[in-house]
Ligand binder design. Structure first.
Ligand code: FAD
Length: 389
């Protein structure tokens, strides 16, 4: 029995969001014998197909793999991952240069498909004993009564459940964060980058193989803007075009498929023949906004805590948002398991992870400048060449 007289199972937790972080946290806790319920607003992607809408592949680094190993998902994820040894810089004059991330293939990153990754993580969460509830969008929370309401987007029915504590793994637009902010000031601040992105696709070659070097993260740096491409295991590449929102060129000036073709003819000449559906992709894929989310507080007493993008969404230029979210999961599971006082566990989790998240958010912002403006710079190339000797 708790201090407020309510019966409470201390090893019971309710996770909002069965995306990347939600599924990993559920697995880590269920593996330790916790009773875990996960509520996800979308349908089960294993039945309904993946309805992500955001970047199709992600760079997985050692930080993220560590969490996957602990969750027992690393082998399955690595079976569909494509190694990226370094960045392949495509200069404006058509030359290319592979800049390795490390001295050899022990220091590499991996390209993984977001949808396939999510499916693997849901499978391991379910196998570990977590209960997954799909088509349940968090709508409102009564923190005093410890009751949360979820709406089924398809039937519009509302279901209310009791909870012990809530974990917000519901992404950058977190509904749990909004509910917590109605109870207390989280010190929330969002800084928009002033640049956005659009995804395009390089399909396989006619013989079914990759069209360009598969084991690299390709970059076309062009000063104020750039393109990148990451390989997928089905021999495609997901290309992401990053442009400012204003100025020339920008998403304000490049509006149609024909505008996009003109931009690529001028600035990304060697990429253009690789993207046969450029006009279609440009006109049909959404333009994504980029922002950094800062919070001063990640938890509301012992009732709720945030992690992953819900706590610290960042711009994607270090490829660390998911990796950092996975590190959060390991830290939160450890604090929850070690500390029976739930509020103290949340406070320790925040004290450990918030400064780390801030650091990686800053590095992600700085890396945009490096990727779009420095990797083709002569001084920079000389320095890299000297480092490699
Ligand atoms: P999400 O993956 O957003 O999952 C949130 C889940 O919550 C979703 O399933 C959603 O449906 C669900 N949900 C939302 N609202 C509700 C609700 N009300 N009720 C119930 N469920 C809800 N990171 C990397 O590490 N490497 C990369 O290379 C990389 N590239 C990126 C490229 C781009 C263009 C972008 C935009 C991001 C990139 N990231 C990358 C960041 C990465 O995508 C995020 O950090 C990661 O997805 C965060 O995981 P999450 O589980 O916190 O949130």
């Amino acid at each position: 029995m708790s201090a407020d007289g309510e019966p409470r199972n201390e090893r019971r937790i309710t996770v909002i969001g069965a995306g990347l972080a939600g599924a990993v946290l559920a697995t880590l806790l269920a593996n330790r014998g916790w009773q875990v319920d996960v509520y996800e607003k979308r349908g089960d992607p294993r039945v309904a197909g993946y309805a992500g809408g955001r970047s199709i592949n992600l760079a997985l680094a050692e930080r993220g793999r560590h969490a996957l190993r602990l969750a027992g998902g690393d082998d399955a994820v690595m079976a569909q991952a494509v190694m990226m040894r370094g960045r392949m810089v495509h200069f404006a004059d058509g030359r290319t240069d592979l800049q390795r991330y490390g001295r050899d293939d022990s220091e590499v990153i991996w390209s993984v498909h977001r949808g396939e990754l999510n499916v693997i993580l849901l499978d391991i969460a379910e196998r570990a004993g977590a209960r997954l509830h799909f088509d349940r969008a968090l709508e409102s929370v009564d923190f005093a009564a410890r009751r949360a309401s979820f709406r089924n987007p398809a039937s519009d029915e509302v279901e209310t459940v009791d909870f012990c504590s809530l974990v917000g793994a519901d992404g950058a637009g977190s509904s749990l964060r909004a509910a917590m902010a109605r109870e207390t000031d989280l010190g929330e601040r969002t800084e928009y980058l002033g640049h956005s992105y659009k995804e395009l696709e390089i399909p396989p070659a006619q013989d079914g193989d990759f069209r360009i070097e598969p084991n690299a993260l390709h970059i076309w740096p062009r000063g104020r803007y750039m393109c990148i491409a990451l390989p997928n295991d089905e021999h495609t590449f997901t290309v992401t075009l990053f442009l400012p929102n204003e100025g020339e060129p920008s998403f304000a000036s490049v509006r149609t498929g024909a505008d996009a073709r003109a931009l690529f003819e001028r600035d990304f000449g060697d990429a253009l023949p690789l993207i046969p559906r450029l006009e279609h992709d440009f006109e049909h894929n959404p333009t994504g906004l980029l922002a950094t989310l800062y919070l001063e507080r990640w938890h509301l007493r012992d009732r709720a805590v945030l992690l992953g993008d819900a706590a610290h969404a960042m711009v994607p230029f270090h490829g660390q948002g998911m990796n950092c979210a996975f590190e959060d999961c390991v830290a939160l599971a450890d604090h929850l398991d070690r500390e029976s006082d739930r509020e103290a566990a949340f406070a320790r989790f925040q004290a450990e992870r918030l400064p780390n998240a801030r650091a990686i958010q800053q590095m992600a912002l700085e890396n945009y400048l490096e990727m779009r403006d420095r990797v083709d710079d002569d001084d920079y190339l000389l320095q890299r060449a000297l480092e490699r000797q």
